[in-house]
Design a protein around this ligand. Structure first.
Ligand code: SF4
Length: 214
């Protein structure tokens, strides 16, 4: 059984898959407490679903792209079985993970979107660094949520240290909602000359920052 906050179909708001219709399976619970977290409603509650019941709902939505997210989806070990089942059915599977739990046992067919927590999140000490060495250039993406200049400098340091421009399919630089001037961040990115992608959270512009499950 997995504890699930919501299963819904919407538009993918982030990553290089932004704009594509996608079914989201949002698991309940997260061991982290990022200061700017926009998913606190996932920390508690949720309903228990069997994997068969989840698969049925995903099938009903009829979307070839499925994202397993949270909370922290990999904090529930049975999530690994769900991911495998989805891959077996030939869904294109995205895993949005906060970077604290190891990605080692995730089905190799799934695509990882790995957060690296920056200092302003308050959780930078808990990044599981070996996850960065497992990124695959043909499918995995790495995301930095940036809330300050210090965060941006941290991101640049990690990009260099782990050679992420070579290692990842995409490096996503995501402004923390309402905490950083977008033009300022864009300027830093352009000045850096790094091959990164500034990403805005599309769903928040479409439905507003506080709406979820749409
Ligand atoms: S890892 Fe994600 S869900 Fe967990 S506290 Fe941080 S932002 Fe929120």
């Amino acid at each position: 059984m997995l504890r699930i906050t919501e299963i819904f179909r919407s538009i993918q708001g982030e990553s290089t898959h932004a704009g594509r219709p996608c079914t989201f399976v949002r698991l309940t619970g997260c061991p982290m407490r990022c200061t700017w977290c926009d998913s606190e409603y996932t920390f508690t509650g949720g309903d228990h679903f069997t994997i068969d019941a989840i698969m049925q709902k995903v099938r009903d939505f009829g979307c070839p792209l499925v994202e397993v997210t949270g909370g922290e989806p990999l904090a529930q070990r049975e999530a690994l079985d769900l991911i495998k089942r989805l891959c077996d059915k030939d869904y294109e599977v995205l895993i949005e993970t906060g970077g604290y739990v190891s990605t080692k046992d995730v089905d190799a067919r799934a695509k990882i979107i790995l957060d690296v927590k920056c200092p302003a999140s308050g959780e930078a000490e808990r990044n599981h660094w070996p996850n960065l060495t497992r990124l695959r250039r043909d499918k995995d993406e790495v995301k930095f949520v940036v809330a300050s200049r210090e965060d941006w400098e941290f991101a640049m340091k990690i990009i260099a240290e782990y050679d992420l421009q070579r290692r990842a399919k995409a490096i996503l630089i995501s402004p923390a909602w309402g905490l950083i001037d977008l033009q300022e961040l864009a300027k830093w990115i352009v000045e850096s000359g790094l091959n990164v992608r500034m990403q805005l959270q599309l769903h928040k512009y479409i439905w507003g920052p506080d709406v979820h499950g749409v």
